[in-house]
Ligand binder design. Sequence first.
Ligand SMILES: [Zn+2]
Length: 90
Amino acid sequence: MKAVNILEKEVWDALDEVLNHKSGACKCNKCRADIAAYALNKLQPRYVVSSKGETLARAESLTNNFRVTLTIALAEAVEIVSSNPRHDKE
Ligand SMILES: [Zn+2]
C-alpha cells in the first residue's frame, strides 16, 4: 500500500497535448519536468491509497471541471517555463 498523488500521472498525460498547442515551446525533458512540477505545485494534490491500482481513483475524482483546472494550470506552466527555460536557448 502506498499513497499516490493521482495528479502526477494526469499532469504527465496532459502535458504533451498542451505543449503541442504552444508553438516555440521547448519540449526537452528538462522543460517538461519543470512544467509538470509547476503545474503540480499549483494544483491541490489528490492522494489516494493505492492497493488495487489507480484506475478507480481516476474515474471517481477527475470530473470535467477538474480537467479544465488541470489544463489551465498546465497552460500557465508552459507559458512560464517556455518564456524562461532553465537552460540556454537554442
Ligand atoms: Zn528545454
